[in-house]
Ligand binder design. Structure first.
Ligand code: ZN
Length: 150
């Protein structure tokens, strides 16, 4: 087996998850989420404290805190997943643009130590907001999820 193409932990090796990690629990379905995207190596769900409604978190199914610790074999499909999710937001919300935010370390305001990209939808003529807001209800979260995934 080619170790470059199949790093330890990805296929049949060690489990690259952390049982105490909130995002690993979400990926495993042990904490409910509003999933908008999943492939064999990545998972994406609505941020429940978004900068804008439709703000999505994209995570690799590989537990590590910093982007710099991701094996390249994980990083490349992860960035493609981020691109796919951004394209979904542009088309389905729809939004006019988006921010990608990727924090590494508490000093950089990383709240969950599992690598993730924030994909934040933006609209022309709207003031950019970096302060978390709330959805009005679970129904609004579910409706937003349905709109993105329809
Ligand atoms: Zn994790």
């Amino acid at each position: 087996m080619n170790q470059m193409m199949c790093p330890r932990g990805l296929e049949g090796g060690a489990d690259m998850t952390d049982p105490d990690c909130v995002f690993c629990k979400i990926i495993a379905g042990r904490i409910p989420s509003f999933k908008v995207y999943e492939d064999d190596r990545n998972f994406a769900f609505l941020d429940i404290s978004p900068f804008e409604k439709g703000h999505v978190l994209v995570v690799p199914k590989f537990h590590t805190a910093f982007l710099t610790d991701l094996p390249q074999e994980v990083l490349f499909p992860f960035t493609v997943a981020v691109q796919n999710v951004a394209a979904m937001l542009l088309k389905k919300l729809p939004c006019d643009g988006f921010n990608l935010v990727q924090n590494n370390g508490k000093c950089a305001t990383q709240a969950v130590p599992h690598v993730h990209f924030h994909v934040v939808p933006r609209w022309n003529g709207r003031v950019i907001n970096w302060i978390p807001i709330k959805y009005d209800s679970q129904d609004e979260l579910a409706a937003t999820c349905r709109r993105i995934t329809s």
